[in-house]
Ligand binder design. Sequence first.
Ligand code: GLY
Length: 342
Amino acid sequence: MPRRRFLKGAAVSFVAGQVIHQARGAAATDLTELQTSAPLIVSTWPFGKPANEKALEVIKAGGSGLDAVEQGIQVTESDPTNPSVGLAGIPNAEGIVQLDACIMSGPGHRAGAVGAVSGYKHPISIARRVMETTRHVFLVGEGAEAFAKKHGFEKGPKVSAGQKAAWKKWQTAQKAAEEKAAKSGKPLNHDTIALVALLPDGNLFGGCSTSGWGYKIPGRVGDSPIIGSGLYVDNEVGAAGATGIGENVMRYCGSFLVVEYMRQGLHPQEACIETIRRIAKMDPKGFDLAINFIAIDRKGRFGAAGTGTGFQYAATSSSFSKVLQSPGLTAADIGPIGGNRK
Ligand code: GLY
């Protein structure tokens, strides 16, 4: 939706401080009914809802924002039915599950991340330890695993019979799949948990975790652990996270862009929309990107947007916990920032 329409009174209403974008597509959730107040937790996909609820429980019990993010994301990482977060995720092309994660603290502008880590149950916790005990931000592969071992992190279950069977099937079909993927440019579906939280004291925190692109080239790292791409937190402004094809997020520092749009005064939902529109404007694929963003600001406003039909995300506060539908953007959404690619 063009910003012009967003800014015109008729398209905007204010309820409990939440500016509402009457998003394109009737399916997008109308946020006007949601009374927002901190603590407020927003995350990607319906599987984010139990993670949000865990995070809220941690905050209510007096835990820190980092505890809330870490323990919330651990819920998703532990889910044996989730094929794209944690050790139940789809393995890489060699049958090994490689995980990416990061965590960020608004206070102190601190960050930690791990990429291409195998065998450990909670990459989000390893990322936090990197942030809290080293002078570095990002550890990858064997180095990250050695770090996790040294710090006594819990090893997770080995690749299951089901994961192995699916991988073997994939290997058999690999040639055909690769040809098809090369033609479409699309990876196997994969989702990510990005979770952002606003605490009652006004501080912001976030985390992100994924097993990434199914049957990826070993060593491939997506957007999720990259600060500014899969996640960004700026304590003066807000926080944003991404899910979708990492390659289409990381080439544009997507989450950083969302936060920068919020800094310019946009509502979080409008910031997600403008980010997608700007990326689509530059990218040869236009809106055919499979990227999605969530965002939250210091005022307790939140929103999301995705390409195509959009995506589902979860929002939780003391008064509600819901799965919501984001607006979706297609080539029809050429907007006032310049239209689609030149
Ligand atoms: N967005 C997750 C990934 O591409 O790995």
